[in-house]
Design a protein around this ligand. Sequence first.
Ligand code: GLN
Length: 288
Amino acid sequence: MTYRELYDRGVRTLEEAGLEEAKLDARLLLEFICSTDRTVLLAHPEHPVTEKEQEDYEEALERRAGHIPLQYIIGSTEFMGLPFQVNPNVLIPRQDTETLVEEAMRDLCDGERLLDVGCGSGCILLSLLHYSNDCTGVAVDISEGALECARENADLLARTYEQDKTLPERVTFLKSDLLSHVEGSFDKILSNPPYIASDVVKTLMPEVKDHEPMSALDGGKEGLDLYERLIPEAFEHLIPGGSLLVEIGYDQGKAVEELFTKAGFVRVEVIKDLSGNDRVVRGSRSLL
Ligand code: GLN
């Protein structure tokens, strides 16, 4: 078999499974299994594959046809232009969440102390540490599996980028249900909590509802349960002038803004993502 033949077989299998991005997924899986890239596949379609590669590719196709997300099969994804390992213990980082990181970066100063609540893969805190100088952070999650993944991602960045060599020493990983075990105060607190309403979770695509961690998605009846606890708890752990930034669902801007105001936050703002949907709410603890 050649690259071309194997790829064609992949596209057929994934199309038959009803996957929307059959061609793209077939190619990315082939690149992954054969440790190659698009340019080589295009330039050498007649290149023979080994029996092992064929077997591994077919196994990967079968998993993808069963709606396992591509990123879990490959084991990694990209967020803010950086590599992150992922597995079913963590939500796959979304482009939506880059809005939260970019908003936090707008007024991030050197040496700030950051807290990421419900860190999952660690993508929010770790990318902020990568793109700033001398900041330190605490990453908390209720899931041991998620903390393990976030720790591996700190090590991966340290191995990949010279500037991130000391990054793992600047992060503390802590098992905690929201802020229950967190001590001290922070300049910024960030969170992408589960915020999808329970009824809506059931309607999501199988990749999400059957394979991503439900504990990272389901935000209770209206999707607001976690914010109701998180926002007042976070207020208590901010320095005067410090800010809380949370990701929200497109229809939660008003409700979450009210929770910020009720908890005592000032300068509360709802920020839109690139598609024009409400995506982030931020607010500050006043200086006085
Ligand atoms: N944005 C995610 C999704 O739509 C949800 C993430 C979350 O609940 N925090 O799948």
